[in-house]
Design a protein around this ligand. Sequence first.
Ligand SMILES: C[S@@+](CC[C@H](N)C(=O)[O-])C[C@H]1O[C@@H](n2cnc3c(N)ncnc32)[C@H](O)[C@@H]1O
Length: 350
Amino acid sequence: MSKYAIQLSPGHNRVYYMESQKLSVAELTITASGFDSKCSSPAIENIKGVVCAAFTCESKLSRHEIALLYNLSFAFVIFEVVEIDGDTYLLPIENLSPQYFDDKITTILKYQGKTNETFTKMMINVAAQTCSTTNDTNLRLLDPMAGKGTTLFCGLTRGFDVYGIEISTKYTNEIGIFFKKYLEREKYKHTTQKRTITSKQTKKQIGKASHFEFAHKQDFADGNTQKLEIVDGDSALTNFYYKKNYFDIIVVDLPYGIQHSSKQQRQSKGFTRNPEQLLSASLPAWRDVLKRGGVLVISYNTNVISKTKANDLLSKAGLTVLDEDIYNQFEHRVDASIKRDISIAKKEIL
Ligand SMILES: C[S@@+](CC[C@H](N)C(=O)[O-])C[C@H]1O[C@@H](n2cnc3c(N)ncnc32)[C@H](O)[C@@H]1O
């Protein structure tokens, strides 16, 4: 038996307040359920004054599994817990996860309506751990309501290729400008392409895409690149922008209600603040572009749409809602008007 303890990042309870521990345990349980050796249910423990999420495993975790633990949205330091001469010691384990994009890209931009990056990382982890399309790190992620790109930037730090759709032209322009500057400043080799997307039926323009391909010098020369693409368009048209069975995971934070929309957004065609309408209009298209075995994670304000309603819409769209207890531990208060929850659904492998 081996025991592990993950020290909770000091910022974590600032994001979730009282609910921080519940969310950490749920995220860890989902991640550990994919490990080769059987792990006990994690629990919050205070070991030698360190508050951690602790669990035991039948055998030692592999390097890859430790890397997955370091990707957890709340992980600060991971320890192996050992008993020597009747006393307990915490042995820190080196973080050997492959380094892709520096995490700082997720925190640079600050703006009203931004989805918290710790919460976004948690949703990405849940989607990536639940998805059964591939074991590769190189997943293809879509955020079909990308705002100014938090999900895309969090996905880059995991080594994924990331794609976003956003109805606000102001936001998509800002993502393009910010990201190009970032690549230049951090000395990435990169190419940029723009394309307009027209409807085959009407021949009218239905979106504009900006596509970046990038890597550090040697990787770029070897063809080991990552991709970020942002489409200025309407999420309901996702299946016009991308082919069927294209994405491994879809992660999206739905609009919360009235508070965050700008005048420019409100005037955009296809814009509505109503998450139920948005989901109904977009889910068939999202399902089309998701691979079999792929996973969709949505977050929403339960004061505006209930979890029962959200799950019902997911099922009606032909997705299988993951509804075991462990997937129902994520509800938390954000502020006086927002109580947030997530729903997780899979496109079944036939
Ligand atoms: C909660 S915000 C997402 C914030 C984003 N995760 C971030 O941190 O920047 C929801 C986004 O959905 C966008 N949106 C609303 N309706 C849309 C539609 N039909 N198609 C694409 N995006 C839409 C809004 O403009 C808003 O930026």
